[in-house]
Design a protein. Sequence first.
Length: 279
Amino acid sequence: MLFLTVTLYFLLASLLTALVFFPTSREIAAHALLKTGRMVKTRFSVIKNKKINSLESFRDATVIPSLRTGRHLAKQYHWLFLAAAALLCFPPLLAWLISGKTMLNGFDVSTRDINVQVAELLKGEHLVPPVALPPTVFITQEILQTHPLLSSANRNWQLLNPDFTQRLLLIFKIMKEKHGYDMVLLEGYRSPERQNRLAQRKVNVTAAAAFESYHQYGLAADCAFLRDGKLVISEKDDWAMRGYQIYGEVAASVGMEWGGRWKMMDFGHVELRSPGVIK
């Protein structure tokens, strides 16, 4: 848009400069304007002083002579008409050439900027879910105090969307091999009934009702870290908070949405947004 505006100003400035500094240009422009004015005045006089009784007489008296006069002017000042046409056509043509593919945001197929290297890994490697942890890991006294409903959460990888599963497992792999964080799936698929139950709790667990969350479609997961065999969910732990920040960056690199960037922050949450899933 800025480039187009500058171009228009440049063309207008060039035209004005030619009229100001080149007398020949002024004479030609003035002569053309005077001649056009006289022609228009003559046509109106003919129409005013002569009664036209039919459409054909009107055409013979005004349209045809005007066309002839226009052709004569176009032939005499063809270079001036060509310059005007170029001035009118150049800006929209330039805008069309420099513009990319345009699409309304609401109809964009995907807004995810997926890392090319990660996309290639997803194509060539099929990752397998880790071995399920003992239920006792999720029902320690500390965990039950802060997350009392975690013990009944669903952690079945088979209920998740296959594409989402591979992306999430890739996140786990990168977090482990590159950053030294062991990750654990806290909850994957969530039934509509459980979603409503969580949304109705006084504690801010979620604001989404049934079928307003990607959990119901197997496209979301809540995850945490495992340190020395113990589950670490606390946001007051500096080690965990550093892990969440890295987790969010890695999730974004594989096309995931991280809940840590939301107004109601959910550091362990990631989801794969797909157009048309949630109305």
